[in-house]
Design a protein around this ligand. Structure first.
Ligand code: NAD
Ligand code: UDP
Length: 320
């Protein structure tokens, strides 16, 4: 198949690009590199079945006809979407619209990368796809959460009203090689500080939870969500249900890195208000529809991620 992947130069989509090329598909990546990194595409750049289009997908343009469109473009970390709030809102609204239009015109399948942030600070735990969420529509996270929710509604309407073959995936916290060392997310921050022997900063009292999925598991789930029969019109959580408080997670990363960094508590930065207190995916729908579940244990995934940071990123200053 010929596929278009928006945000192809990013963390998740560069792994997806490699997986699909390895299966023999032709991949067109579209990226403007606001949060991505050209080095993510080094391994595939010269492959005959790979093409890069440098473009802001929030703006209209003609693309080659394809069989499937993966809309993965969007800043994804709190630091990323606070740095690019308007761009984030546009890529998840206008960007989704333009790529849905392209999919509709060429009769392609369409997948949009939504997020567990669509559930906001959830009152239902673990989160099931039928939960509508608890989102502050005017808070500092709204540029991301609400634009993703808008993108979901737009995607659903193309399916409902225009019969486009769409699916929505809600991605839960994912980590692995090519995580941006300075994007402020908890995995890069904890790993970098643990490797440097610098203090590991836990925001608040560290009782908030997250559930972490290794990137190879996620991209296999994304592949299946696109190509498995019976996924048209569906909303599917993709993540790893193994849940940690941030304090437990800091100790876990610290032990694996072996440097015995100090763990310190800091007030939640202003840019992180409305920090969700609990997050864990219910993945029974992905198990049933896709026959998918994560297979990489957290210890192994984190060791591989620490190795990658050690080799590629030491010396990069961390962000908050
Ligand atoms: P990333 O920042 O590494 O990748 C996003 C890519 O999109 C970057 O290469 C960026 O340059 C590109 N991009 C952004 N706006 C663009 C635009 N207007 N036009 C073209 N390209 C644009 O982030 P990621 O972690 O790989 O996230 C990928 C997708 O998955 C995002 O849609 C994100 O919201 C979603 N997601 C990720 C996570 C996670 O834990 N990584 C969790 C939930 C959802
Ligand atoms: N966090 C932390 N220290 C850090 C970075 C993040 O304690 O250096 C916390 C943050 O407050 C949140 C969790 O880790 O509760 C996950 O943050 P991240 O930015 O990775 O993703 P989020 O799930 O909030 O989008």
């Amino acid at each position: 198949m010929k596929v278009l992947i928006s945000g192809g130069g990013g963390f998740v989509a560069s792994h997806l690009t490699e997986l699909l090329l390895a299966e023999g598909h032709e991949v067109i990546a579209v990226d403007n590199f606001i949060t991505g990194d050209r080095r993510n595409l080094e391994a595939v750049r010269d492959r005959p079945k790979f093409q890069l289009i440098e473009h802001d997908v929030s703006l209209p343009r003609e693309y080659p006809a394809v069989d499937a469109v993966f809309h993965m473009a969007s800043p994804a970390s709190p630091v990323g979407y606070r740095t690019w709030p308007i761009e984030t809102m546009l890529v998840n609204s206008q960007g989704t619209y333009h790529l849905l239009e392209h999919a509709r015109k060429c009769g392609a399948k369409f997948l949009v990368a939504s997020t567990s942030e669509a559930y906001g600070d959830p009152k239902v735990h673990p989160q099931t796809e039928d939960y509508w969420g608890n989102v502050n529509p005017v808070g500092v996270r709204a540029c991301y959460d609400e634009s993703k929710r808008y993108g979901e509604a737009m995607t659903m309407e193309y399916h409902r009203s225009l019969d486009t073959d769409t699916r929505i995936i809600r991605i839960f916290n994912t980590y692995g090689p090519r995580n941006q060392p300075d994007d402020g997310r908890v995995v890069p921050n904890f790993c970098m500080r643990a490797l440097e022997g610098a203090p590991i900063t836990v925001y608040g009292d560290g009782s908030q939870t997250r559930s972490f999925c290794f990137v190879s598991d996620l991209v296999e789930g994304i592949r299946r969500a696109m190509f498995t029969e019976g996924t048209a019109g569906e909303v599917i959580n993709l993540g790893n249900p193994s849940e940690y408080t941030m304090l437990e997670f800091a100790r876990f990363v610290n032990d694996l890195a072996g440097n015995k960094s100090e763990i310190v508590f800091e007030p939640l930065p202003e840019s992180r208000k409305d920090d969700p207190m609990l997050r864990r995916p219910d993945i029974s729908k992905a198990q049933r529809l896709l026959g998918w579940e994560p297979v990489v244990p957290p210890e192994e995934g984190l060791k591989r991620t620490l190795d990658w940071f050690r080799e590629n990123a030491l010396g990069t200053p961390a962000s908050v």
